[in-house]
Ligand binder design. Structure first.
Ligand SMILES: NC(=O)c1ccc[n+]([C@@H]2O[C@H](COP(=O)([O-])OP(=O)(O)OC[C@H]3O[C@@H](n4cnc5c(N)ncnc54)[C@H](O)[C@@H]3O)[C@@H](O)[C@H]2O)c1
Length: 440
């Protein structure tokens, strides 16, 4: 099939590359010429394991191309995926300006039937707005063209995005016309060869499903963080509690880790947007309001512990920070807890030396010439001479460090572990003062 993907970020580029990999003819559009330049030069503008290989393979095979040319992109794809950003507006609602701009461009330039697919995470009712925006543009040209609007929210995880797209747990298709549903089935058939994973539903339910999924996962994290804080006061260990409840199949193991809060481009904005949607329709989603405020507090938890240990005035102190990305295997720092930790440390007069395997360029872009932030080429270089080590992201390479070396390099052997990567007893044995989250 001829497919256009509008927006070549984490979701658009992965979707485009994977759709090309099963044989489709894919054109990825972006309005950011610097991204398209990187792609045309054979690179990718993000860190995503395995993606570069899929992109290169399909570019070489002539199935994947990139452009900034909007009319050409609209003419190319019978199916037009909209995968642009939906950042939070000032009031927390999803900002739909990019989605609607993409829809208008489609309406302006389409020359025949198109299936327009909302892949961006968008509030319930957005498909109607997309449909109206296209209709207006088509009417303004005095044209009479048919099109369908489908909701197909994306569930991929950054860091495992290629695998998630290639082997989805489910494919949600919200649509109400048979032709569009048939096309979506055809497009997704290669990704569900051993059993049917495609769930067809009405558009509004599809739109809500995406928010429901992210809100549920965020709820589990905030639930565990809240219990972790209680466990500390009670002298219990949240890691043991986690094992005790995760083994119950009704609860399961996933997303039960206490830590220094969730971040990323999805959970924070999607929880906010759902709360906002509720409010607009007269529903006070109290549970999700609490999920959000627990998370905001939790992002400050590490600094609270640092202050409790070193005092509020941190002037002259330097902290080693391991991990900047909001989670491992990505360079994404949107809403990352590391940003809150760094800002709170700076506010109290401290400086930091950070190490992250892939997100240091992104940190440099965000923090610019911030004089209180330096970067280390290796994890131990960050630790050398620091007052304490603070772990913010659970990268695999931090799992088993040389603890005696950490102890000897630190000015004071203190570790604040925002991801509960280590056993308190092990660090104690190495003569390191250990502060985890909810470890009694
Ligand atoms: N990142 C994730 O893990 C993830 C997972 C599932 C769903 N989502 C959702 O998918 C959507 C995209 O997220 P992302 O992380 O890929 O965003 P992103 O910021 O990485 O990419 C969006 C891209 O769209 C481009 N763009 C904006 N307006 C455009 C237009 N009119 N025409 C062409 N390109 C345009 C931007 O330049 C940018 O490159 C969001 O709604 C997000 O909530 C993201």
């Amino acid at each position: 099939m001829k497919v256009t993907v509008v927006g070549s970020g984490y979701v658009g580029l992965v979707s485009g590359a994977c759709l090309a990999d099963v044989g489709n003819d894919v054109l990825c559009l972006d309005v950011d010429p610097s991204k398209i330049r990187i792609l045309e030069e054979g690179g990718i503008p993000i860190h995503e394991p395995g993606l570069l290989e899929v992109v290169q393979r399909n570019v070489q095979a002539g199935r994947l191309r990139f452009t900034t040319d909007i009319p050409a992109a609209v003419r190319h794809g019978d199916v037009q995926f909209i995968a642009v950003g939906t950042p939070p507006d000032e009031d927390g609602s999803a900002d739909l300006q990019y989605v609607l701009a993409a829809a208008r461009n489609i309406g302006r330039h389409m020359d025949g039937y198109r299936v327009v697919v909302d892949k961006s995470t968008v509030p319930v009712g957005t498909a109607d707005k997309v449909r109206a925006a296209i209709a207006e543009e088509v009417a303004a040209r005095g044209a009479a063209l048919e099109y369908s609007v489908v909701s197909n929210p994306e569930f991929l995880k950054e860091g495992a995005a290629v695998d998630d797209f290639m082997r989805p747990d489910r494919i949600i298709v919200g649509a109400d016309d048979a032709r569009a549903i048939d096309w979506m089935r055809e497009l997704y058939a290669p990704f569900q060869r051993n059993h049917e994973r495609l769930l067809v539903m009405d558009v509004r339910s599809a739109e809500l499903t995406k928010y429901a999924a992210n809100a549920m996962l965020a709820t589990r994290i905030s639930f565990m963080n809240e219990l972790a804080n209680l466990a500390e006061t009670l002298g219990a260990d949240i890691e043991l509690v986690r094992q005790g409840i995760g083994s119950d199949p009704r609860i399961g193991w996933h997303f039960l880790y206490a830590g220094c809060g969730y971040g990323g481009s999805c959970f924070p904005k999607d929880v906010k947007a759902l709360v906002r949607t509720g409010r607009e329709h007269g529903h006070d989603l109290r549970l999700l309001g609490a999920v959000e405020s627990v998370n905001e507090r939790q992002k400050r938890r590490l600094v609270d512990k640092i202050v409790a240990r070193f005092g509020d005035n941190l002037a002259g102190r330097r902290f080693a920070l391991w991990g900047l990305a909001f989670k491992p295997n990505t360079d994404d720092m949107r809403e990352a807890p590391s940003r809150v930790v760094l800002e709170e440390l700076f506010r109290r007069g401290a400086s930091a030396v950070a190490y992250d395997p892939v997100a240091m360029d992104e940190a440099q872009r965000i923090f610019g010439d911030e004089p209180r932030l330096a970067y280390a080429a290796r994890p131990m270089d960050a630790v050398d001479g620091a007052d304490a080590l603070v772990i913010v992201t659970e990268w695999k390479e931090f799992r088993s460090p040389d603890f005696p070396r950490v102890r000897d390099l630190l000015r004071q052997p203190v570790v604040f572990d925002g991801r509960n990567m280590y056993e308190p007893a092990v660090l104690e044995r190495h003569g390191i003062e250990y502060f985890g989250i909810g470890r009694g």
